[in-house]
Write a protein that binds this ligand. Structure first.
Ligand code: MN
Length: 293
């Protein structure tokens, strides 16, 4: 019998539990993440004005949980804009988010760090792309000084015009040219944009730094049509040992800005604890099955 060991930290997005980052909500998210058996909590910094970073860090450490942070930008604070004032506001949000992630004890800041989350009315301009490259290069260098990694989460065409495929993301990361910029694959977005759930994993290979597991409709894992078995085989093929975070959204838990930006209009579940326990079992089951020869 092969020894069943897994090294991937298994995470859950805080929006499974709570819709804001007030101290009471963050406490609840930490407790429930721990109780459901996860190793890591992903906090969105999209609407995080009320976050008490020091208190959250203390509770995360007491619970023995890792933390990762994610965010997208906004149309008036967007580093893919050609307008220097809009770019500067986006850059300020990114620098602030990098500092917050570090202060929480995290090493991974990921998401749509390169644009707003929303439907663009035109393709990315060359000036806008140059701004993405220069801002993220500076952010990556700042991250290196703090031992941190940036993730480029590949999002679908309705949420960004900057990177929609693994290929786009690799080219962007090459242009940024810093070793701590890694690729973040999300099965929900891959389902819309990629040929399948395997080729992108192989193409990204050892540059994969973060994974979101979500169904095609962002509900219960296994309730949709995504071929997760093939996806987990591909992760095993490349020897991926990084975080695997469950991401699911429902109108049952709403974070004002993020839920609207992601078009979360439907109630796909109402019991986040049941959903998360199920997801943890599903992911650990896939990882365990992969260890059989
Ligand atoms: Mn995602």
């Amino acid at each position: 019998m092969p020894t069943l060991t897994r090294t991937n930290p298994i995470g859950v997005h805080a929006l499974v539990w709570v819709g804001d980052t007030s101290p009471a909500s963050v406490e609840r998210a930490i407790t429930q993440t721990k109780d459901a058996g996860f190793d890591l909590l992903e906090l969105s910094l999209h609407d995080s004005a009320s976050l008490d970073t020091a208190a959250a860090r203390k509770s995360l450490e007491a619970a023995g949980l890792g933390v990762a942070c994610s965010r997208g930008l906004a149309f008036d604070a967007d580093v893919s804009s050609a307008d220097p004032a809009v770019v500067a506001r986006g850059e300020a949000l990114l620098q602030e988010s990098l500092a917050t992630t570090h202060d929480l004890g995290g090493t991974h800041l990921t998401g749509a760090l390169y644009s707003a989350l929303g439907k663009y009315g035109q393709p990315l301009s060359s000036a806008g792309r140059a701004n993405v490259v220069s801002v993220l290069r500076e952010l990556a260098r700042e991250g290196q000084r703090r031992g941190m990694t940036l993730g480029l989460e590949i999002c679908n065409r309705y949420e960004t015009n900057v990177i929609n495929t693994a290929h786009d993301a690799l080219v962007l990361a090459d242009d940024i040219g810093e070793d701590n910029v890694l690729i973040h694959l999300d099965t929900y977005h891959m389902n819309i944009e990629e040929d399948d759930l395997v080729r992108p994993v192989h193409e990204v290979g050892d540059r994969l730094g973060y994974v979101h597991i979500g169904e095609n409709h962002r509900g219960y894992l296994g309730s949709g049509h995504l071929d997760f078995t093939s996806f987990f085989h591909a992760l095993a093929d490349i020897g991926y040992g990084g975080p695997i975070t469950f991401e699911s959204f429902s109108s049952a838990v709403v974070m004002r800005g993020l839920s609207n930006d992601l078009a979360i209009w439907r109630n796909l579940w109402s019991d986040g604890a049941d959903l998360a326990r199920h997801a943890h079992g599903y992911i650990t089951g896939q990882l365990a099955a992969n260890h059989h020869p």
